[in-house]
Design a protein around this ligand. Structure first.
Ligand code: G5P
Length: 228
């Protein structure tokens, strides 16, 4: 639309902090295009592309996919969204990624979610993955819309509890140094420099809390003031 100012935002937060959930609400209320690095990777994995096969190994180990791969993947997608306002979810995750993005597209706002790790560990105990699509559900907070003909998730072959990560997390990242526990530690190590980068640029907005429904109104209010 001629004369319309485009708005470019990022949402970041630890795995399980509610980025995806809040992104859905932002997209619904403000009409931004949503680009999730995790969704993109899952799609590549399902299609068994070279990028997908490479990414699978890192994700299985709870590690970050290499910066070069991520920058190339996201840059290609952003080119398709050149005429749109958008919300990035999960990228950039390292300072290198943030600097690469900043060179081609500075951000207007960075939403950083601070949810205590113990809350995340507790919440993901109820998490299930729908194997054919890779979609993730929470039996308490966000159950599937079509609950597989009344069957319990545990009885349905399509669903799997996210035990590889969650059950290990439930013992706490500091008490059991498993691949799973390290996912939160990996986030903590890589996110600090990214947060600092955006704080220095003056675009960082931090939101702390334990419940998405309580964090969301604050995010919404901030965006209402920013998006015209
Ligand atoms: P992703 O896909 O970016 P994560 O692990 O960072 O994955 P995830 O797991 O999707 O992020 P989220 O989006 O922060 O979590 O949170 P969510 O899905 O909205 O909510 C988590 C769960 O809690 C859901 O079940 C939800 O219903 C529930 N929930 C939300 N709010 C509440 C609440 O208030 N109460 C309760 N009880 N429940 C709630 O990345 C996956 C992997 O891809 C690679 C990495 O290996 C990464 O681990 N990757 C990258 N690697 C390098 N660079 C990048 N830029 C990369 N991006 C992805």
């Amino acid at each position: 639309m001629a004369g319309r100012r485009l708005f470019r935002a990022l949402i970041m937060g630890a795995p399980g902090s509610g980025k995806g959930t809040i992104s859905e609400r932002i997209v619904s209320d403000f009409g931004l295009k949503h680009l999730s690095s995790g969704d993109l990777l899952r799609s590549q994995i399902l299609q068994k592309t070279d990028v997908g096969l490479q990414a699978q190994k890192y994700i299985d180990e709870g590690a970050l996919v290499p910066d070069e791969t991520m920058v190339a993947l996201i840059s290609a997608e952003l080119k398709k969204l050149a005429e749109h306002s958008w919300l990035l979810d999960g990228f950039p995750r390292t300072r290198h990624q943030a600097e690469a993005l900043h060179k081609v597209q500075p951000l207007d706002t960075v939403i950083s979610l601070n949810v205590p790790f113990q809350v995340i560990i507790d919440r993901i105990k109820d998490r299930w993955v729908h194997l054919p699509s890779g979609r993730i559900y929470n039996t308490l907070f966000n159950p599937p819309k079509n609950p597989v003909s009344g069957a319990r998730l545990a009885d349905n072959d399509d669903y799997s509890p996210m035990t590889s990560r969650e059950s290990a997390w439930s013992s706490g990242p500091t008490t059991r140094r498993t691949r799973s526990g390290s996912v939160l530690e990996v986030y903590q190590a890589s996110a600090g420099p990214v947060i600092e980068f955006y704080r220095e640029l003056g675009v960082l907005e931090e939101f702390s809390g334990s419940e998405t429904n309580k964090i969301w109104p604050h995010v919404r209010r901030m965006l209402q003031q920013r998006i015209q």
